[in-house]
Design a binder for this molecule. Structure first.
Ligand code: 2AM
Ligand code: CA
Length: 265
């Protein structure tokens, strides 16, 4: 139905071009157009929109029958092959001139992610994964860390719940996790946090109230690098809204801390 090898080469080409386009906007951050989204603290920039339209144009020319789900324009088309796009994941990091933002793209075939790419243009780091074939950073195979104890682990998370004005926030769980882990990082791009778990730079990541386009590519990256991904109860039903990703060895210990913070479903 689709030549996955050919699609992976296409994906690498367009994600690099999309990243280059974002870097052009990054040179003009002082004058970039910024709009509010659902709440006044949730924003979208001109660059998010331009990168998504570029990717939609490229995918539409190469695979006119495929469906596309993008953060800015929603879902278009209907097909067993669906491209899931986050044009700029970490929009706040991008807008503030920081390095930790990414373009994230996954290709789903019949509901299963087969290909993933996450590109951090300001770092020139391209993470790629193909189901059953491993995960890579700039072509070099990736492996999760071998940390055995949560007390030796560095974790990341995020707080979109607060910007979205939700009653239930990540703050109580954050306070509890801080008492169990070695240290915490917060970069601002869920896609990249998952790539950093895949590459062993950090041992775990948790976040709630996120969307499939934030994490579809990153989840495959962690799994192909030998890590584990689940919802906050250890299952998969809560994905992708709730994500716990670890190197696998500390997954159960992390769930022990997180489980009491799950609300009824
Ligand atoms: P964004 O930068 O594309 O908005 C940070 O905690 C993570 O949450 C980022 O991946 C960020 O993606 C995502 N995020 C922030 N607000 C969000 C929202 N309202 N819906 C979905 N994801 C969101
Ligand atoms: Ca996002």
């Amino acid at each position: 139905m689709i030549n996955v090898h050919e699609a992976s080469q296409f994906l690498e080409t367009i994600i690099r071009e999309a990243g280059a386009l974002s870097l052009e906007y990054r040179k003009e951050l002082k004058t970039i157009r910024v709009e509010q989204k659902a709440t006044d603290r949730d924003i979208v920039t001109e660059a998010d929109q331009a990168v998504e339209s570029f990717l939609r144009k490229e995918i539409g020319e190469k695979y006119p029958d495929h469906a596309v789900l993008g953060e800015e324009e929603g879902e278009t088309g209907s097909s067993p092959c669906r491209w899931i796009i986050d044009p700029i994941d970490g929009t706040i990091a991008f807008l503030h001139g920081q390095y930790q933002y990414s373009v994230s793209i996954a290709l789903e075939v019949e509901g299963r992610t087969e290909l993933a790419a996450v590109f951090a243009p300001a770092l020139n780091d391209l993470f790629t994964a193909r189901r059953g074939k491993g995960a890579f950073l700039n072509g070099t195979p990736l492996h999760v860390s071998d940390t055995e104890k949560i007390g030796d682990a560095v974790f990341a998370s995020g707080f979109p719940c607060i910007r979205a004005g939700m009653k239930e926030t990540n703050l109580p769980l954050f306070s509890e996790m801080m008492m169990h882990i070695r240290d915490f990082r917060r970069g601002g791009s869920a896609a990249l946090e998952l790539c950093f778990v895949a590459s062993g730079q950090q041992d775990g990541y948790w976040e709630k109230h996120i969307e499939i386009y934030d994490v579809a590519a990153g989840i495959l990256m962690v799994e192909e690098a030998g890590g584990q991904v689940s919802d906050y109860r250890g299952g998969r039903e809560g994905l992708p809204t709730e994500v716990l990703a670890t190197n696998g060895r500390i997954h159960r210990q992390s769930l022990d801390v997180i489980r009491p913070f799950t609300s009824s479903r």
